[in-house]
Design a protein around this ligand. Sequence first.
Ligand SMILES: NC(=O)c1ccc[n+]([C@@H]2O[C@H](COP(=O)([O-])OP(=O)(O)OC[C@H]3O[C@@H](n4cnc5c(N)ncnc54)[C@H](OP(=O)(O)O)[C@@H]3O)[C@@H](O)[C@H]2O)c1
Length: 301
Amino acid sequence: MSATPRRPRAIRARRVAIFGAGKVGRALAAGLRRAGYRVTLRSGRRAVPREVDADVIVLAVRDGRISEVASALCGRVSARAVCVHVAGALGPEALAPLARSCAGLAQMHPLASFASSARPPDLRGVTALVTGDRAGATGARALARAVGMVPRSFPGVDLVAYHTAAALVANGSAALAAAGAELLAAAGVPVRARDAMLGALMKTVAVNVTALGTSSALTGPVRRGDAAAVERQRAVVSARAPGLLPLLDALVRAQLPLAKALGDAPPGTLETLEALLAPKKSAPARQPARGSHPRKARPGR
Ligand SMILES: NC(=O)c1ccc[n+]([C@@H]2O[C@H](COP(=O)([O-])OP(=O)(O)OC[C@H]3O[C@@H](n4cnc5c(N)ncnc54)[C@H](OP(=O)(O)O)[C@@H]3O)[C@@H](O)[C@H]2O)c1
């Protein structure tokens, strides 16, 4: 007697409702759909529906609106659902209004830069910081893995410090690229070439940071202790883009401890560089000679 073939168990695609059709909301929706999830993407500014029929609810609205949207969703989500937000600096407590309405709450922050809805970043290998209660974190981790991210949790992590690091690196790099483009313009590089040149350069730095670590990714005149080169750079910036001099100086200063640890600079050269950056002492104000009186301003002049 031949065995009756087993009927494949119907796999119910998990349903995800995303509130907030901005840069992150759209990127997650596209990634989850590719992974086979059934996704509903809703505006984060419109009124929420009376009932949200989903296993996972993602709030991808602006940080200041998370608690407001969570309050609006109160009593409208399934008791078995988990609710997740994607902000970096806020823990799962930002969703507190939903605590009694659903099975779990979590934060799932993608540590990536989403600058355009039309060009979402490749999320493969991106860290997703997950904090939350057991059910919430389990749901958030599954969601992160579905789009190729690597979920990570660090008990007791200081979210404001964590998010400051994220913002400093992501947004600071964008501002740095803009500063670089200004100098390339001053150098005579045509506008059409600048962005591609800088983007490719930044990719090599990113690869070095991943492969070698932040402490070994430094290159350039500061690492080599070439104070003369840094002096020339300061001179050209002072002349061509003086607004960028404080940025250049701050970044040279930030490189000094890295260069010291790497040990490639000849002895004394990093001290020369440090002196180059030291604020110049202003000349002391001239004291009036004894017995003399400050001259009164003459009226009418
Ligand atoms: N961008 C990133 O790189 C990044 C990275 C990690 C985490 N996050 C987090 O992801 C969440 C969403 O960020 P996002 O970058 O996706 O923000 P976003 O593109 O600005 O979209 C977020 C929400 O802002 C609304 N919105 C769009 N334009 C607006 C305007 N002019 N005035 C008021 N509201 C407007 C959108 O409403 P509609 O839905 O109605 O269109 C959307 O719900 C935040 O919690 C953020 O911290 C962002």
